[in-house]
Design a protein. Sequence first.
Length: 319
Amino acid sequence: MTVPYSSLVCSEAQKHLLIVTIVSSLQRCINSILCVPLKYGSQSLDVETLAEGDELADKYNITVTNSFQALGEDVESSWLAIRNVILQSARNTLPVVQKAKRSWLTADTVSILDEKHEARLRGSTDDWRKYKGIFKAWAKQDVENYYSRLADEAEEGVKRHNLRSVFRAVRKIASSPSHHHSSNRGDVPMLRSDDQSCRSTEKTLECWRSHYQNALNHPPATQCQSLDSDAVRAVSDPAISDDASTLGEIRRAIRKLRNGRAAGSDGIQPELLKYVEEPVTASFHSLCACMEVRSKSCRVARRNHCLTVQRQRAAQQLR
């Protein structure tokens, strides 16, 4: 059977899509086997409860301390062990965030809404109109109070350098009733560089294409002789220590982490490290020691390889 050549040739975009799909599948398999996720479906752990009381924080600290074991010599396996202990302990200790629908409505307003629904099912038009008017008045007041609470929470978070409340307020405003019921939220025209609005989808896409083309494409940088000469004359600063990290340095680094920041690719939020400072500091110190040993061995292997190459070149020149 002969296969046409055109069917065997795939575009560069298809190749990249295939690679991304394979890498994503492998990453999900690795995470499901070796890692413990911090989120479960649409639920996530409420790390703010650690600051509300000492009982839960002490329980989480004890769980992490009892779960830590001696680390091996391999850096990757040691880090996975530390990460899984922290996330598994958080999963067994901390509650999940409860997401409520229509969080801007109070319980009394929701009860009026239920009464209006029951009146419509009964076919009672007078009761339905009465509850409809009451619901509209109460819901309007609830929305105003809702925005006021979000503003107060965001302002208090800024004062305490806790940006989590600010980001939460932004997300809630994005999902607020006024946002969902806005009739012109997608009709705001985009302005081109000449201050003319884009009235069609094609012109909008062209505007975005031109913007990214100008923002991401730059001419090559010119050679700077002064920077090159400074780089040649640069010497290492003896005041900067290149020794292995100490327990005090790791402890100070953990304390400098800001609360309310989103978790990185490891899924660990800053609060999960701060409330288990002692066991995490000791584990990180052991991990840094493993990395230092590995770095020294790599430097020795690189130096030996360079010497071997130099000897081979010298032997070839003598021939």
